[in-house]
Design a protein around this ligand. Sequence first.
Ligand code: HPA
Length: 273
Amino acid sequence: MEDFKNQVREAAAHIGRGLDTQPEIGIILGTGLGGIAEALDETSDFLYETIPYFPVSTVVSHRGRLLCGNLSGKRIIAMQGRFHLYEGYSARQIAFPIRVMRELGVRLLILSNAAGGLNPLFRAGDLMLITDHINLTGHNPLLGPNVDEWGPRFPEMVEPYSRRLQEMAVRTALAEGILLHRGVFAGVLGPNLETAAETRFLRAIGADAVGMSTVTEVITAVHAGIEVLAISAVTNVNLPDCYQPASVEEIIATAESTGPKLVHLFRRILEAI
Ligand code: HPA
């Protein structure tokens, strides 16, 4: 654990040396939901591979970067390129960037993801504010010795998604005329999509959407005392009794077409924060 702690410190110190001011808000955008890079002013960026101990993207064509700049008057640090358990990263590796953000001063984290809709009222292209989650990944970023200065051994999960930020998001969406569902997100390991029986199970246990990211990052953030806001872009809707194949191409295409709406909403929410 001493090693991990020192690695986080070293990575944060490296990034900190390249910045004039401390970032206050972290952003992690999901598959196809980029577009934040163009929106950021005065960006400085750090290729993941140049940051000491930072996990490196497995896909050569996707060189991950940390972007730092201003958005809606707030100092932002954003991950362009995220790590998933199904790629073979450990939960602890996925936690690493969040720990680094916290070390740099981040107190608030905004996340998005592409998700399969389970609630029959949802349509592809809709947005869902995550009000709670169910961690079904079988992994946990807090396994192993606890770093007490980072957070408690047994962190509370009463309100992982900040009620304050949820209210802000709902109010902002309403003012902007954007439909924003609210619901529970089930985090699964992937990489395969769900069977019809698994979809029925997920619905039965109270999930409204399912995806392969976010829960590991959110558990880390909550442990670290970071306030969290997360929104899913519903890329497909899975109804077990008339189950249709969801093609990955369609999922990515829907995420890409939903991206601008989500980035717009995030910008407005950031203004209100
Ligand atoms: N299942 C899991 N993850 C997903 C889905 C899905 O249907 N759509 C987008 N991410």
